[in-house]
Design a protein around this ligand. Structure first.
Ligand code: UD1
Length: 406
């Protein structure tokens, strides 16, 4: 178990180059399974979840070779096996095995898929996708005797189920149409990869249309991580510093900054992104599917609200995603949590020791530790490294006094 020790209270300054996006990298790694050949993924972040995803595809016979921030994946000799439960249960993205394994081998195991434990995380929409393309679901396995193109309209928008539907449609026989799909930028990054591997995909406002084909290897560059970008931008305002975030398209973080600037925070996007000040008035945040406020940044927004004039946070993606607030309370954050929202009050921040509750909640605790004067410790901090590349090095380059002990 790792522990982060921080001496906080200093204004942090400098430039930080964000890494490739975790949520874009993971579906692309699993998507290589449905291709036969060699793929290259550039700007792949070296983070915990990516390492586990690579180990999973290697355990199925993929040959992976890292060269700098690029990964070469050869999927020629993959065979159907049950991936180790300990790996599958370590990351949520292992749900992409449902579509990928079914598309490549005609079979997939329903295992105990992992991920942050902030809510119940059902897989009914993933199974609906498998079933729609002609697979039989039951008894812990999914079997298909040849996937057939299908029309599917999801009753609810899901990033993961959209990924699985794309993987199935890309190799199914005939045309498919996917409606009410997730529109997150990382879905389009996955489509870039699939197209480079030969997939026939058209996206309109109403639907994704896919013509099934045999796919070969492809090449793609992972987009900059909007969640990492938002986290460093928040740190700038929280510490009263001047951090310029580069390497991400401003559009992908628009929704995060919109409620903050509406409440008077000053954002500078001249050369990179700098959040210059905290919001001046109460903030109202509603996390929703893209293009709404990103749910993964709602825990990151809580320290900003607490350090400023407070506000309310509602999450319509993961309704109960407020357990992390108990860890933030040790830093002085005052709040009242309701079943699907929380009220955050202006708070006097202080240094504290706490346990990282989950990936983004842990990152929020780290922001508070850096902002509050004095020494703070965050235990079980390895969970933060699941989503932030080189966090110790990047924070030190901004002037932070930080040490991570494994
Ligand atoms: C992905 C991201 C995660 C992010 C989330 C929402 C990865 C590895 N994870 O998670 O960081 O928080 O998108 O942007 O990329 N749902 C169902 N049935 C299902 C699947 C989902 O009801 O079968 C519901 C969920 O309970 C939730 C909502 O749909 O309320 C959204 O979930 P989804 O978009 O699927 O999130 P993930 O893909 O798991």
């Amino acid at each position: 178990m790792a522990t982060v020790t921080v001496k906080g209270g200093e204004a942090l300054r400098g430039r930080v180059d964000v890494s490739g996006s975790k949520n874009a990298a993971l579906p692309i790694i699993f998507a290589t399974i449905i291709t036969r050949g060699e793929s290259v993924i550039h700007r792949l972040p070296d983070i915990g979840d990516v390492r586990v995803a690579i180990r999973i595809i290697e355990s199925l016979g993929a040959r992976c070779e890292r060269s700098g921030s690029s990964l070469l994946v050869n999927t020629e000799r993959m065979t159907f096996r049950r991936p180790e439960d300990s790996l599958v249960s370590a990351i949520r993205a292992s749900t992409y095995l449902l579509g990928a394994s079914l598309a490549r081998f005609g079979r997939a195991y329903i295992q105990s898929f992992g991920g942050c434990d902030f809510c119940t995380r059902p897989i009914d929409l993933h199974l609906l996708a498998c079933h729609s393309f002609g697979a039989d679901v039951g008894g812990g396995v999914i079997i298909s005797r040849g996937l057939l193109g299908a029309g599917i309209r999801f009753p609810k928008v899901s990033v993961g189920a959209t990924v699985n539907a794309l993987l199935l449609a890309a190799t199914a026989k005939g045309k498919s149409r996917i409606e009410n799909f997730a529109r997150e930028p990382h879905i389009f990054n996955l489509i870039d990869y699939l197209r480079s591997a030969g997939a026939d995909i058209t996206v309109t406002d109403d639907a994704i249309t896919v013509g099934g084909r045999e796919l070969v290897g492809g090449e793609v560059t992972v987009e900059g991580d909007p969640i990492e970008a938002g986290s460093y931008a928040a740190l700038s305002a929280l510490t009263g510093g001047n951090i310029t975030v580069i390497g991400v398209t401003p559009k992908s973080v628009d929704a995060f900054f919109a409620p903050l600037t509406e409440a008077g925070a000053v954002l500078d996007t001249e050369e990179g992104i700098t959040l210059r000040t905290l919001p001046k008035r109460q903030v109202t945040i509603v996390a929703e599917p893209y293009p709404g406020f990103p749910t993964d940044l709602q825990p990151i927004s809580a320290p900003l609200l607490a350090a400023a004039s407070g506000g309310t946070v509602e999450d319509r993606v993961w309704q109960g995603r407020f357990g992390y607030l108990a860890a933030l309370a040790s830093f002085g954050v005052c709040y009242h949590a309701y079943p699907t929202s929380a009220e955050i009050f202006p708070s006097r921040l202080r240094a504290a020791d706490t346990v990282a509750p989950d990936l983004r909640g842990g990152a929020a605790a780290l922001l508070l530790a850096l902002a509050a004067r004095g020494e703070s410790r965050i235990y079980s901090s390895e969970i933060i490294a699941r989503g932030y590349e080189n966090i110790e090095k990047k924070l030190r380059s901004l002037g932070a006094e930080i040490r991570i002990d494994d």
